[in-house]
Design a protein around this ligand. Structure first.
Ligand code: ATP
Length: 476
């Protein structure tokens, strides 16, 4: 097992007071690994990279290099170099001087500099380019020079912040392979940032999928693709069909109104999310398909057709070898190992509050008038007091209550007055016949709501939770 080179321990980063852009971040990076931070824009990838490079400090937590805390070590004293998306080359210097810049600052001998620049140019496949000017190079070549300039210092770790982001598709593909080769040749640790999942899958030994400043899953590309740990990862990496379902037997799962044999086992009754990759949903004749439906679209994707089938109210995306007309009846079968089952996190949508002197449940985002007889079954409310059967009254004030609602029972509205809590939509996942939303309140509480209408990320919405659908549980 390779030794750990970088360890991030419980890192939190707040740029502005109280707003954490990175939270509870724990990660070990092994010597020589090619690690990729992958996630949507704004999830904190660059922030993590800048903290490792020393350009930002964590608000709390530790960054260890070979087991030593490096929080006090300035960037230029860390054995780490960075390649940025914008190449940041010196336009007035030729290529030799661009690459030699750092070594000259360190007052290395002419002979040593010559030899190292030559070697760096060999690694990036631009031998003989020493005297050329930056302006005469293509974008891909400039990025290679930026890499040469970083590796000439022989860092232990190379940080690459979306280095291929400015390149066109073909050049990007070429550079991906070359970077991977360079990584093998140099044998040093690469920490790479991208929001492109295909790039991450192609290049990495380990992918760290991030959302909202937190790690969603860290694993090999195969683990991340085949065994996503939650619906966000499944949705973000590759194409997925995601359905809500329930375990209905030993290795049997029901979703889209059909029972399937699967390889995962959870107790009967467990609510789950089932992930089916389009390539694992096999088109067949309607008579022999477990799911049956009509084609609603067929899009050519180069090597296959992406076909959407409507089964009941659910849309299922499958890969087909030939174009199918709209309205065609088809069947779909899914092998047990094509179904990835994830228990649905029922810890969601719990909000805890305290009962006040007016029998309202006060929680961080609002307060709710609660029917106390639902919290204390059998009790009777009379003259503002809650009585048990034997005539004693219950002191409700100060009692802590946990309230829970099912995402399917709530609705979204654009009328701020309509709902129980308000917030911005921070996540959308399509589940075949509805969208699954996360609404984050200004107090950073997340509410999960299913809605069949399509809202957008960032929309300010009201979460309408019907009183009678809230389940209460006395905590103390
Ligand atoms: P992208 O892919 O768009 O570059 P990212 O995943 O790299 O995004 P970061 O650049 O790390 O994300 O930003 C994470 C969050 O921190 C964002 O909300 C961003 O606005 C905020 N942020 C980043 N730098 C600063 C700063 N210097 N001051 C205040 N907020 C910042």
């Amino acid at each position: 097992m390779a030794e750990t080179i970088i360890e991030l321990r419980n890192i939190t980063k707040c740029y502005e007071k109280d707003t954490a852009v990175i939270e509870g971040y724990n990660l070990e990076i092994k010597k020589g690994e090619f690690v990729t931070f992958l996630g949507p824009s704004g999830c904190g990838k660059t922030t993590i990279l800048r903290m490792i490079g020393g350009f930002e400090s964590p608000t709390s937590g530790e960054i260890l290099l070979h087991g030593e805390d490096i929080s006090k070590v300035p960037p230029n004293k860390r054995p780490i170099n960075t390649v940025f998306q914008k190449y940041a080359l010196f336009p007035h210097l030729n290529i030799y001087d661009n690459i030699a810049f750092g070594l000259k600052l360190k007052k290395r001998s002419k002979q040593e500099i010559d030899q190292k620049v030559k070697h760096a140019l060999e690694v990036v496949d631009l031998e003989g380019f020493e005297q050329r000017h930056i302006s005469t190079l293509s974008g891909g070549q400039q990025q290679r020079i930026a890499i040469a300039r970083a590796i000439v210092n022989e860092p232990e770790i190379l940080l690459l912040d979306e280095p291929l982001g400015a390149l066109d598709y073909k050049m990007r593909k070429e550079m991906q392979l070359e970077l991977k080769q360079m990584h093998e040749e140099l044998g040093i640790t690469f920490i790479f940032v991208t929001h492109d999942q295909e790039e991450a899958l192609t290049m990495s030994d380990k992918i760290v999928v991030m959302a909202d400043g937190r790690i969603q899953q860290a694993g090999t590309p195969e683990e991340i693709y085949d065994e996503p740990s939650n619906a966000f990862v499944a949705d973000f990496i590759g194409e997925s069909n995601i359905f809500n379902g329930v375990m209905t037997g030993e290795r049997k799962v029901t979703f889209c109104d059909q029972e399937f044999v699967c390889v995962d086992d959870y107790p009967v009754g467990t609510k789950i999310e089932a992930v089916i990759r389009p390539e694992d949903a096999v088109l067949t004749k309607p008579e022999i398909g477990k799911l049956k439906g009509e084609v609603i679209s067929s899009i050519f994707k180069g090597t296959y057709y992406e076909i959407t089938v409507l089964h009941g109210k659910n849309e299922i995306v499958v890969q087909g070898q030939r174009d199918l007309p709209k309205g065609e009846s088809v069947g779909i079968n899914i092998e047990p190992d094509g179904i990835h089952v994830m228990p649905y996190d029922i810890a969601k949508n719990h909000f805890t509050g305290i009962i006040d002197d007016e029998m309202r449940l006060r929680f961080v985002d609002n307060s709710l008038k609660v029917d106390m007889t639902r919290i204390y079954p059998g009790a009777v409310l009379k003259d503002g007091l809650l009585y048990t059967g034997n005539g004693n009254y219950i002191a409700t004030e100060g009692v802590k209550v946990d309230a829970y609602f099912n995402p399917a029972d709530a609705d979204l509205s654009d009328d701020p007055e309509a709902g129980t809590v308000q917030g911005h939509i921070v996540s959308i996942i399509y589940k075949g016949d509805h969208y699954s939303y996360i609404v984050r309140s200004k107090n950073e509480v997340d509410y999960y709501v299913n809605d069949e209408y399509l809202w957008n990320i960032g929309d300010y919405v009201s979460v309408v939770i019907p009183e009678d659908k809230i389940v209460y549980h006395v905590k103390s």
